[in-house]
Design a protein around this ligand. Sequence first.
Ligand code: HGY
Ligand code: MN
Ligand code: MN
Length: 416
Amino acid sequence: VSGDGESHAEFLADFAYLSSIGGLPSGGVDREAATIADAKQRTWLGGWLAARGFDVHVDEVGNQFGLMTFVEGAPYVLTGSHLDSQPTSGRFDGAYGVLASAHAANRVAKGVRSGAINAVFNLAVVNWFNEEGSRFPPSMMGSAVFTGKLSLDTALAVTDARGVSVRRALDEIGYRGDFDGLPVQSYAEIHIEQGKELEQTGHQIGIVTGTWGARKLAVTVRGEQSHTGSTLMADRKDALLGAAHLIAAARALCEEIDGVLHTAVSHLEVYPNSPVVVASEVRSNLDLRSPDPAVLEEAERRMRVTAVRIERDLNVRIDLAKTHSWDRNDYTPAGFALSERASADAGYSHREILTVAGHDSTNLKDLVPTVMLFVPSRDGVSHNEYEYTEDADLLAGLDVMGGVVRQMVSGALQSV
Ligand code: HGY
Ligand code: MN
Ligand code: MN
């Protein structure tokens, strides 16, 4: 099932075309969930799958599926990722995985039809809706609804900055379907690493054995509007100053805490946002990540203590509300050997690795046996127009995914 020159050339041509949809002059893309560009790439993917014999369906939260049925009544090996992107971002994040899964599935389907592969399970490709959670938080939304971690109604009611709901946005692009899902036997996803480890160790394939834990909190700082000039300093209740102290404290915590911690505040809404008015309300986010559950717990505790100190010092009120989190837990151990075999058979160097970023597989691994693979990111750059992965690495990942999907359709991970 490993690739040949023809299928490699076809993959690269398809990837180049897909990258042109919502493409930017820099080589990046801008195709947030349920935008016109997202609709265009969805329509292209649906046509690609249908032309190769997949039955294309869309579910109620816009997850897009291509089904290939070999064995009536058997569950499906599901493989895919997400096409939606962050604003002005990289062309590889998510989209590479969707296309590699589609090509790998097509290769395996050909093998089943020719009799070279004995299918025990069926096969489906998926493009998850709104993994990025930029326009409509939280991230990993479509797979969260699919795995029962988020209710459909809650997801459909989320609105963007202009007040447009997920429901309306999906209706406007014609991608709120009625497909009621499929029985999933196992799941496989491939993604760019979005980190530097594979590049530094010189490995082409990452076998993801687990995920860092993450805690995402909504931050609301409330003060009082007043005149930026005439109000006495002692009388001010400056919500923006409060947010600034919290942002600096979140960054300092990475050095202060004993252990590995990544923090970020990356979103800021200021009211009334006037040059001559002290801000009365600032809404923001706080993103905490660690491979150590105790460090993550301690980081959240310390940020709450810091918030109380800022409230007292600046006479403001701060509310921290957890919006999305996932624990430091593992992928399916039986899948690691399967991935190693596929990497070795295809002749590519590989190593086990943790993922720091969340993915749709973060949700699926809690439901079914899940395999997650990485390919290297140049300089670890991601969520940036200059995100880049070499063609040779893209093709290595495609070949290994072909081997992984072939094993899974042939019955691997059956009794996990
Ligand atoms: O939040 C995450 O890590 C994912 O990339 N959405
Ligand atoms: Mn992604
Ligand atoms: Mn992303």
